[in-house]
Design a protein around this ligand. Structure first.
Ligand code: MG
Length: 252
């Protein structure tokens, strides 16, 4: 069942997502060669408590496995769900930062991909196209449009740039739970699927690769990588559908 949110609930979701956005902005400023992914995680956790919120990902359980950290950090061929570690970022890496909090019982969730120092032209284009695809998808979040319209806006933006959309992971509804109905695929056909309504709040999160869309999971049970070793980028916003169109809750 899809839980439609009242205007009051959307304002609480806005608070949670502003915290996420502020912390992602801070993390973006810390990304540099030599920084470990665990240092980014520790900063994210510290800032979360300082803002009187709780980490949403730490302790999250999927298929019996518990995610051990506050931040997901996915480097280069890692698509999503990378576990922070002693790995040091290197110049030329691209690093996906996916982050969520709980605030007053509601979840915030967003992601960015950041270059470490100067990156290759291909990597920069991948990051740019992924963010642009997210923007194109969000524009479709209006009453009366359908999930397929959003999916197609994302897929066509990505594929016309020569990149691939990951199929194995999708966006989701968000509210009192991190992952609510409906699933929100980043590929599909226009004018198909669920009709969008005012009060829906969706986390839209295209995951894009410079190669094929096949995915493998590393032995840690979490880290998803591209099967062909190609680079991957990920952007995410949590967005409310209002009568005036999309309201991007995680944008500051
Ligand atoms: Mg998400």
């Amino acid at each position: 069942m899809i839980a439609l949110k009242s205007a009051r609930e959307i304002e609480v979701l806005r608070r949670a997502n502003v915290i996420v956005a502020e912390i992602l902005q801070e993390l973006r400023g810390r990304v540099a060669p030599g920084v470990t992914t665990l240092e980014l995680d520790q900063l994210a956790e510290e800032l979360t408590y300082k803002k009187r919120a709780q980490p949403a990902f730490k302790g999250y359980t999927m298929a019996g496995r518990v995610f051990p950290r506050t931040l997901c950090v996915s480097v280069n061929d890692e698509i999503v769900h990378g576990i922070p570690s002693g790995r040091r970022l290197q110049k030329g890496d691209i690093v996906g930062l996916d982050f969520g909090v709980i605030c007053d019982g509601y979840y915030g969730d967003a992601a960015i991909t950041v270059g470490v120092g100067e990156v290759s032209e291909e990597a920069a284009r991948l990051v740019r196209v992924t963010e642009a695809a997210l923007g194109q998808g969000i524009e479709q979040l209006c009453e009366g449009k359908r999930l397929g319209d959003l999916a197609w806006a994302i897929q066509s933006t990505v594929e016309s740039a020569g990149f691939s959309v990951v199929r194995a992971f999708v966006g989701h509804g968000i509210g009192r739970k991190l992952h609510e109905e409906p699933p929100v695929p980043n590929y599909g056909e226009p004018d198909r699927g669920l009709r969008l309504r005012e009060g829906m709040v969706l986390a839209i999160e295209p995951m894009v690769t410079a190669g094929g869309y096949e995915v493998e999971i590393k032995d840690d049970g979490w880290t998803a990588v591209t099967k062909d070793g190609s680079l991957s980028a990920h952007f995410e916003h949590s967005v409310a559908i209002t009568k005036n169109g999309p309201y991007i809750l995680s944008r500051i």
